[in-house]
Design a protein around this ligand. Structure first.
Ligand code: OGA
Ligand code: MN
Length: 281
């Protein structure tokens, strides 16, 4: 395996590429890692098929990109605290991530990327949708871009009090919550952010966004409604079908994603690692 063998084949017009020529159970030399890193920057989400890797190997891959981002109130697996197991059982009605969102957008430094590895998959269904937030930004009119520039959005995580802790736990599908008291986690971020590596602007929006800072709800809601719909137009999206051994890595600085809940009665189990990110600007 060498960098020359690595190819990134786009899966859609807007974003997403399948990476071939990589065996993630082997150590990646720097040139191979650079090729994968560049593919992530170019395609926003990258997919690997037929990988057979241990939690340590998934973690080793993640650490090539940076430190591990720890979720403020969800716990990793007992023997691998840096990895969450995302499990939906045959009888579990709840679906983790089934809304358009950016991972942990409510933290002051949202993670740069999420690495998800499929351990068990349904016969059909359980695909994940991704949307390109550079493309969503680029497609806005110039007057809209200038109106939005400089605005900040208030992003809010889990809200204690809305549901009981037990209900929240259930909604997280086997992801264990930290015992620490749950406070409201919120952060303000620029609505138009600049990617720290590519320098490109993108629309930073997702389910955690509550309001545009400084606006009344009446002012903010219609703008956010428009942006939420605009951001996920089919032409800005791709869809990934998981097989056992598939792995995806998405760049949370320029994408949104949404887990499709269409496999009731079947089981899906994933291993998830998030890589630390910067303060958005
Ligand atoms: C996540 C997530 C989507 C999926 O891990 O952050 O949203 O399809 N997962 O499991
Ligand atoms: Mn997610």
């Amino acid at each position: 395996m060498s960098a020359q063998d690595i190819q990134a084949i786009p899966v859609a017009g807007a974003l997403g590429a399948e990476i071939s020529g990589v065996d993630l159970s082997k150590d990646l030399d720097n040139a191979s890692f650079d090729a994968i890193h560049q593919a992530l920057l170019d395609h926003c989400v990258i997919f690997f098929k037929d990988q057979d890797i241990s939690p340590e190997q998934q973690l080793g891959f993640a650490k090539r990109f940076g430190g591990i981002h720890h979720h403020p109130y969800m716990q990793g697996m007992p023997d691998h605290p840096d990895i969450f197991e995302i499990l939906k059982t045959e009888t579990d009605p709840h679906n983790f991530g089934g809304v358009w969102h950016v991972d942990q957008m409510f933290t002051p430094k949202p993670n740069m990327g999420t690495i998800l590895y499929a351990k068990e998959v349904p016969d059909a269904g359980g695909d994940t949708l991704f949307a390109n937030m550079y493309a969503a930004y680029d497609a806005l009119s110039e007057p809209m871009k200038s109106m939005l520039s400089g605005l900040k959005v208030l992003c809010v995580g889990d809200r204690p009090g809305k549901k009981s802790r037990k209900e929240r736990y259930k909604a997280l599908n086997g992801v264990k919550m930290n015992d620490e008291d749950l406070g409201v986690r919120s952060s303000e971020h620029p609505l138009i952010r600049t990617h720290p590596e590519t320098g490109r602007k993108s629309l930073f929006i997702g389910s955690h966004v509550e309001t545009i800072a400084g606006m009344t709800k009446e002012e903010s809601d219609p703008i956010l409604d428009f942006l939420r719909k605009h951001a996920v137009k089919p032409e800005f999206t791709c869809r990934f079908h998981w097989d056992k051994g598939s792995m995806a890595m998405w760049d949370n600085r320029c994408t949104q994603h949404n887990a499709i809940d269409d496999y009731a009665g079947q089981r899906r189990r994933m291993h998830r690692i998030t890589v630390s990110g910067d303060t958005p600007f």
